[in-house]
Design a protein around this ligand. Structure first.
Ligand code: SF4
Length: 377
């Protein structure tokens, strides 16, 4: 064998070893990431601050990693928000229980079913059902809604309902939901406590692991640019995400919510958020990473599209009926609503294409692929 071939074989072997070490799909670690991971996340801080041309190149690498795994397709999901009641009191969220200025609602099951079964946009393949932490709405509305959707539509079903009793997770799964979105929000336990994020961090992480052990495909997420969040604290989100049994993760810029203790804090920096997204993508080329609508608030006019340009491959359009969605107050009353028209034009502008395969089908297909890859190893 020539020296060149020996060198190539050696490099391939090293790549495979790195892939194994970092828990990445065989042969696909980004070398930048490999260096970052080998030297610890403190070395990655340099990328958090990149701007200008250097930043564009960094984001392009993240986008390339996405294209290599997913091609140009982007998953299209709808979201409905059947309840804005919440028993939690997170400092960064307008739906916190202490916000008395909010009109609380629980949407009617029949209206939501009619809307989603007969009048949903044709482009969506999946639906996410999202509420504040409200077990009453889960029992009375969400579970029956999932059953109806399962019976009468081909939609893949995700839920984002907070920390619930294990029996309730089972009921949701039996009804037909397959993907659970449970964001850990803040990886630093002290900051998590200070901002009164849901329950406690350890419990949140335990529930993520529990859901994955029960066969859910779990997606998580965290917030970038919170007040008092240091760079090491921000980077610790990547470390926590990396250790979790999840299939996707979001990064949301901090948006100061109306009627919250943080209402006058500065908005999270969109550049910082996008840089963290790029790092997340390079860390896990195989994860589904959404472009979150809050990117539009942190970076008016371009934030959302830049999220797609940084390797996001999931978009979500809001289907909550107008008239109640104004009270789903994650941040401010002037929510930037992602309609089908806005989403499709953002995808087209970035030369991407809507996926015809649903996210839930993708995950089950992916599982088969991973199993066969393992069988070949
Ligand atoms: S972030 Fe979630 S759990 Fe916290 S107050 Fe808002 S809706 Fe409730």
């Amino acid at each position: 064998m020539t020296c060149r071939l020996l060198g190539l074989a050696h490099r391939r072997k090293r790549k495979a070893q790195q892939a194994k070490r970092f828990g990445l799909p065989n042969g696909e670690p980004d070398l930048l990431l490999a260096r970052v991971m080998a030297n610890g996340f403190s070395k990655a801080a340099i990328h958090l601050n990149s701007r200008g041309l250097e930043q564009q190149r960094f984001h392009a690498r993240a986008a390339e990693a996405t294209r290599a795994r997913f091609g140009r397709r982007v998953f299209l999901r709808g979201v409905v928000e059947p309840s804005n009641f919440c028993r939690e009191n997170c400092h960064y969220c307008g739906m916190r229980r202490d916000n008395q200025s909010l009109d609380r609602y629980r949407a009617r099951l029949d209206e939501l079913s009619e809307l989603l079964i007969h009048h949903r946009p044709t482009s969506i393949t999946d639906l996410n059902i999202q509420t504040g932490e409200d077990p009453v709405a889960v029992r009375e509305t969400v579970i029956p809604l999932i059953r109806r959707l399962r019976d009468q539509t081909p939609l893949g079903i995700s839920v984002c309902l907070g920390t619930l009793k294990p029996e309730m997770y089972d009921e949701l799964q039996a009804a037909g939901a397959t993907i659970y979105i449970m964001k850990f929000e803040i990886a630093d336990a002290a900051l998590y406590r200070r901002l009164c994020a849901p329950g406690c961090l350890e419990e949140r992480l335990e529930h993520i692991r529990l859901l994955a052990s029960k066969g859910w495909k779990v997606s998580s997420g965290f917030i970038a640019g919170l007040p008092e969040q240091s760079m090491p604290e921000l980077l610790s989100n990547l470390e926590v995400a990396r250790e979790l049994p999840i299939v996707g993760c979001s990064v949301s810029p901090f948006i100061p919510g109306e009627a919250t203790p943080l209402h006058d804090a500065p908005t999270g920096d969109v550049e910082l958020t996008l840089n963290v997204m790029a790092m997340l993508r390079l860390m896990r080329p195989d994860w589904v990473i959404p472009a979150v609508s809050a990117l539009n608030l942190a970076g008016p006019g371009s934030g959302y599209q830049r999220g797609l340009r940084t390797g996001a491959n999931l978009v979500t359009m809001n289907l909550t009926p107008s008239g109640i969605r104004e009270d789903y107050l994650l941040y401010k009353r002037d929510r930037f609503i992602m309609t089908e028209e806005r989403i499709l034009s953002a995808i087209e502008a970035e030369k991407l294409i809507p996926s015809e395969q649903s996210l839930s089908d993708f995950y089950s297909g992916n599982e088969e692929k991973n199993v066969s890859a393992a069988a070949l190893a």
